[in-house]
Design a protein around this ligand. Structure first.
Ligand code: ZN
Length: 266
């Protein structure tokens, strides 16, 4: 029997007999757990898929040199490789654990909903829920899966990319970062506070520009807020700023403005 067939049979059984003994609930819960576990994407193939996706992203960024740009040379990337490799391994580990947790949580949530519903049916069954439509609704509310397992892959890949970019930017002396959110994208379930951060520029604490007193915060520092991608399913990203000229005027001190004018910006 598939999970859905088992669930239908379990609902029918409770409608007919009601919650007349804990044994009845236990019997069905066990059956449901087994069929549900079997119906979920195989844990190992999911772990392999996430590992592959993370390795591909890493390869594209680091090995193939997509990170190299005007501010970042090949030499820097090579020097930072151990740190980035460490981040890759950390993501692989976290993903595997998340997949396992989500899986357990999915099963537990479904079973909790089922026993919540089943134990509410009085002994002797219920005539009130004998209609097909209502049965369907019960079934639907029970199986609503809390986590889409495949989203772990997308989420963790994004986090890897964000963190690798971060490692490079800080190493290269980024002085600020502009927050970018996908909130304009239709269908993207954005966070309200991330939408508000969009296009705002946050200073990097401890950068040379801060040390020299060239800059002042307008919206605060990067270490005062969560990082892009830090929260679950967040796809926001930073665009890093390396030079004083790229900062809006209100973020420059008088000293900073003078430095730009005299060309002494490093
Ligand atoms: Zn976000």
């Amino acid at each position: 029997m598939t999970f859905y067939e088992t669930l239908t049979a379990a609902i029918n059984d409770f409608i007919k007999y009601g919650f007349d003994s804990p044994d009845r609930l236990e019997y069905w819960s066990k059956k449901l757990r087994n069929t549900l576990v079997n119906s979920l994407i195989d844990e190992n193939s999911l772990k392999n898929a996430v590992e592959k996706a993370l390795n591909t992203a890493y390869h594209r960024l680091v090995t193939k040199g997509k990170l190299v740009n005007k501010y970042v040379d090949r030499f820097t990337i090579d020097r930072l490789k151990p740190k980035m490799q460490e981040e890759l391994q950390r993501r692989i580990m976290v993903s595997a654990r998340l997949i396992e947790l989500n899986r357990n949580e999915t099963v537990n949530t479904v079973l909790k909903r089922f026993s919540g519903w089943a134990s509410s049916i009085p002994e002797g069954g219920s005539k009130a829920v004998d209609k097909l439509e209502e049965k369907k609704a019960i079934r639907k509310s029970i199986v609503k899966i809390p986590y889409e397992q495949r989203r772990v892959i997308i989420d963790q890949t994004h986090k890897l990319i964000a963190n690798i970019n971060d490692i490079v930017a800080i190493d290269k002396g980024a002085i600020a970062a502009e927050w970018n959110s996908h909130w304009r994208e239709s269908g993207y379930d954005y966070r309200e506070d991330h939408k508000e951060r969009s296009d705002k520029i946050y200073l990097v604490r401890g950068s040379w520009a801060v040390d020299k007193g060239y800059v002042k915060p307008a919206d605060g520092y990067t270490d005062e807020i969560t990082s892009p991608g830090e929260e679950v399913y967040c796809r926001c990203f930073y665009r890093y700023i390396y030079t004083l000229q790229k900062l809006p005027e209100e973020m420059l001190t008088t000293k900073g403005k003078t430095a730009i004018q005299s060309g002494k910006t490093q």
